[in-house]
Design a protein around this ligand. Structure first.
Ligand SMILES: Cc1cc2nc3c(=O)[nH]c(=O)nc-3n(C[C@H](O)[C@H](O)[C@H](O)COP(=O)(O)OP(=O)(O)OC[C@H]3O[C@@H](n4cnc5c(N)ncnc54)[C@H](O)[C@@H]3O)c2cc1C
Length: 383
């Protein structure tokens, strides 16, 4: 067992850290206030190889592996969670196409994702009546000759308004439950594919979360990703990997909050002393760093297993559950350490707490992670 990152992993982590410090952190409050993510930042990240960290170089990726991806995601999450979630979804889409796409689909889309020609990818699974239970989706794809005709709607789709390509799920067999779902690749601007409003959110406000309406959208047969009926499996496999990304991101937000609060505690004087000299505050610092470190190790283990080609469903869900719940607790503790100032927008911890909140909701709520973990354990996938 080796806990030391490789030279390449250290390099990717350092590059992401430098980028986050220089380019993201100074603008994070503005991104939150204006709800606008500069697309030039996403392009700069693509140029640094961050939109395809675990993608083979033959498709324009960095091929640096899943551990590197997790380390980079934590750094970007520290700097700007809205940017980090965009990076997470984009890497996830690139990986889904790498894993399930035809050679034609890979050659067309992956270099554009990794190179930044597409500002991002999007993952269009959720519907208003199908959140935790995607098998209840109502979007349909009917075969007409050499085409599929798609109808339906999606909700809460990250980056839909600027994504270059969507993985879009619809039922090709309405009577087959999850087994009737298929996945498609749809390009931005395809007729019949309409992007709706950007939801007004509590946090991660720079990352657009759009509604979508799909009306008689005609796609050629080669837009199908994988086989008909394989969509549910594709979504679940993608989400396993995605959970490593969100766990890593959450660790980053928690670290940003507690780093700030720790510095604050060294300088804030009450009762004639820095508040960091009080044991109650020291306990908050110690607990926060300890819990975040445990969560980070669990997420990195899931990343390591994925990189080694070992089944990692249980570890990814455990890592996401622990990291997101821990990071939320740490953000609230950090806010408490700032006293009343923690509640004021001028201080970043208020934003950290808002940005962190969604991490226990998307890519499977904490309750769904517990279902997955229990299913894996009860099914004997426990070593
Ligand atoms: C900011 C944001 C960005 C998002 N981005 C995307 C995206 O890019 N693509 C995409 O497809 N989706 C996206 N989502 C959707 C997200 O994945 C869903 O919101 C999430 O899966 C939960 O679904 P729901 O909101 O419909 O909640 P529901 O499924 O209605 O759940 C409501 C509550 O019931 C609980 N619950 C549900 N089923 C069970 C059960 N079996 N056992 C115990 N408890 C249960 C849940 O844990 C939750 O507490 C995003 C959501 C948000 C908020």
């Amino acid at each position: 067992m080796d806990f030391f990152p490789t030279e390449e992993q250290k390099m990717v982590q350092q590059m992401a850290r430098d980028f986050a410090e220089k380019e993201l952190k100074p603008r994070a409050a503005e991104v939150d206030a204006t709800r606008r993510l500069p697309l030039s930042v996403l392009k700069a990240m693509a140029d640094l190889g961050m939109m395809g960290i675990n993608i083979p170089t033959e498709y324009g990726g960095s091929q640096s592996g899943v551990v590197s991806y997790s380390l980079a995601m934590t750094e970007i999450g520290k700097g700007c969670p809205s940017t980090a979630v965009t990076m997470a979804v984009t890497n996830m889409v690139a990986e889904v196409i790498t894993a399930f796409g035809s050679e034609e689909q890979r050659a067309k889309h992956i270099p554009r994702i990794c190179g930044g020609e597409y500002p991002s990818g999007a993952f269009a699974l959720t519907e208003s009546t199908a959140g935790s239970d995607p098998s209840a989706m109502k979007s349909v794809a009917e075969r007409w000759g050499d085409e599929y005709v798609l109808n339906g709607s999606k909700t809460f789709i990250t980056s839909a308004e600027f994504a270059g390509v969507f993985v879009f799920w619809a039922k090709t067999d309405k009577n087959a439950g999850g087994g009737g779902i298929s996945a498609f690749l749809v390009e931005q601007g395809t007729p019949g594919f309409k992007i709706g409003r950007n939801e007004e959110k509590m946090g991660q406000r720079g990352s657009p979360t759009n509604e979508m309406a799909i009306e008689d959208c005609r796609l050629p047969r080669n837009a199908l990703l994988g086989q008909e009926g394989e969509g549910f499996k594709i979504a679940m496999m993608a989400l396993d990997g995605g959970r490593i990304g969100i766990g890593s991101l959450a660790v980053g937000i928690g670290l940003a909050a507690i780093d700030y609060a720790t510095d604050y505690a060294k300088n804030r004087i009450q009762f004639g002393k820095p508040i960091s000299s009080f044991q109650a505050i020291q306990g908050m610092i110690a607990d926060s760093f300890t819990e975040l470190e445990a969560a980070r190790l669990m997420v990195l283990r899931a990343a390591y297993l994925k990189e080694k080609g070992v089944r990692f469903t249980r570890e990814a869900s455990m890592g996401k559950l622990l990291a997101t719940e821990t990071a939320n607790r740490v953000c609230y503790r950090a806010l408490q350490m700032l006293g009343g100032y923690g509640y004021i927008k001028e201080y970043p911890v208020e934003r950290n707490a808002r940005d962190c909140r969604v991490t226990t909701l998307y890519e499977g709520t904490s309750e769904i992670q517990r279902l997955v973990i229990a299913r894996e354990i009860l099914g004997g996938n426990y070593v």
